[in-house]
Design a binder for this molecule. Structure first.
Ligand code: AMP
Ligand code: GLY
Length: 422
């Protein structure tokens, strides 16, 4: 099977690592890719305009791709799965309609309300004055969410009126997140510990991965600004059997059934972002794709053929009872460019040794190979160092051992990944 993988992050490098183990694969190409891929695996720049239906359809047909795996949310929310469906090319990911679970906070909240999926109480506003009135009459903290894809930056936890009003001005007046529709969801602040559970879905059935815990803040001790994620580990012990059971029964099951009631199917990966308190789960957010960097840890535990599972999702034939998951733990520590998530250094030379430990893998994110073949950075998150071991501590130690052997002055990483669970 000739497969096209779309994306350029650590997530896609990790997906490719698993997809390449599949017996079904004959050829894998990636677009736009990163420095972790072989040069001949990466399609030339400008091969595809991912914003343009005709460009995507023509490229896929002309080049005889048989299956497309979409990593990031943006093409999914734009409708790439529907575009490929029109030309009968199977694809891993949800349709335009189903991807709104990530693409619109209001859609997701209304959906959860309709199908009794546990989540924070909320109101949605498309009028700034009504939103301001609501805030002035409310106690704090409150959470303000821009409605649309904002690369994880659209959420403000407001502890007082001023912060809340500034967040509304940023969305409605300054259009800080460059969104086409100006809307907000204002919701109740939830206490607890966060984790995420991913499920592969075929429209009717789903299979859950073990829970992972991301580290969203830039610096140790959960200090500093929010990032895309600085590290993760899996399984997260905060997810007890009671948690998995609730997520299965009161989250994934009603999502799939709710979609069917509305005349659609949820296929692909559904990411449930959870807040857990006293073993009780509430949904913070849904994402319509694998998480980054959680995927770089989670996939080290998967024994099944990922490509085959992805095909089953797309064909509606996900008939296994459960995923084959290795015992033990996996983790990923992200090496970032100094300054990230603000303005960061680029073109940092990366001299990487091969990990001495076979259970440590380097997943590339913001890297590229220059003409000279030199490896350089071009993103805020540069590498994810992922390790598998029998215990969480060994897994994390392996990644840190490798990182301490590197000497990259212009980069940094958190030193406390997984600490909560140790
Ligand atoms: P979201 O994109 O909706 O997941 O929000 C990003 C982050 O904001 C989450 O990972 C949480 O850390 C935080 N957050 C979002 N909603 C809430 C809430 N209702 N209560 C507390 N924290 C929240
Ligand atoms: N790591 C958070 C996300 O992928 O959304």
């Amino acid at each position: 099977m000739k497969v096209l993988l779309i994306g350029n992050g650590g997530r896609e490098h990790a997906l490719s690592y698993k997809i390449k183990q599949s017996k079904l694969l004959t050829e894998l190409k990636v677009f736009p890719g990163n420095g972790g891929f072989e040069k001949n695996e990466i399609l030339p720049p400008n091969s595809i305009n991912l914003k343009n239906k005709k460009s995507v359809q023509k490229f896929v047909l002309d080049n005889h791709f048989e299956f497309v795996v979409v990593g990031p949310e943006e093409p999914l929310v734009d409708g790439i799965v529907d575009w490929l469906d029109e030309i009968r090319i199977p694809c891993f990911g949800p349709s335009l309609y189903a991807a709104q679970l990530e693409g619109s906070k209001e859609f997701a909240k209304d959906f959860m309300k309709e199908f009794n999926i546990p989540t924070a109480k909320y109101e949605a506003f498309s009028d700034i004055d009504l939103a301001k009135d609501h805030i002035r009459n409310h106690s704090f903290p409150l959470v303000i969410k821009a409605d649309g894809l904002a690369a994880g930056k659209g959420v403000t936890i407001a502890h007082n009126t001023n912060i809340a009003l500034t967040a509304l001005d940023d969305i409605f007046i300054k259009n800080k997140f460059n969104l086409s529709t100006k809307k907000v969801v204002v919701e109740e602040f939830l206490e607890g510990e966060e984790a995420s559970i991913f499920a592969l879905c075929d429209g009717n059935n789903f299979l859950m991965f073990p829970a992972a815990q991301d580290h969203k803040r830039a610096y140790d001790g959960d200090q500093g600004p929010n990032t895309g994620g600085m590290g993760a580990y899996c399984p997260a012990p905060i997810a007890t059997d009671a948690v998995y059971q609730q997520v299965s029964e009161y989250v994934f099951k009603p999502v799939l059934e709710g979609m069917k009631k509305r005349g659609y199917l949820y296929k692909g990966l559904l990411y449930a972002g959870l807040m857990i308190q006293n073993n009780q789960v509430k949904i913070l957010e849904f994402n319509c794709r694998f998480g980054d960097p959680e995927t770089q840890a989670i996939l080290l535990l998967l024994e099944d053929d990922l490509l085959s599972l992805m095909l089953d999702c797309s064909n509606g034939k996900l008939n296994k009872e459960k995923l084959m998951i290795k015992n033990g733990y996996s983790s990923v520590v992200v090496l970032s460019a100094k300054g990230y998530p603000g303005t960061y250094t680029k073109n940092i030379p990366l001299k990487l040794s091969i990990p001495t430990n076979q259970e440590t893998l380097i997943f590339h994110a913001g890297t590229y190979k220059a003409e000279s073949n030199e490896l350089l950075s071009n993103g805020g998150r540069i590498l994810g160092i992922s390790s598998y071991a029998d215990t969480l501590k060994e897994s994390i130690d392996k990644s840190y051992n490798y990182l301490s052997s590197l000497n990259i002055q212009e980069a940094f990483y958190r030193k406390d990944i997984g600490k909560r669970a140790l």
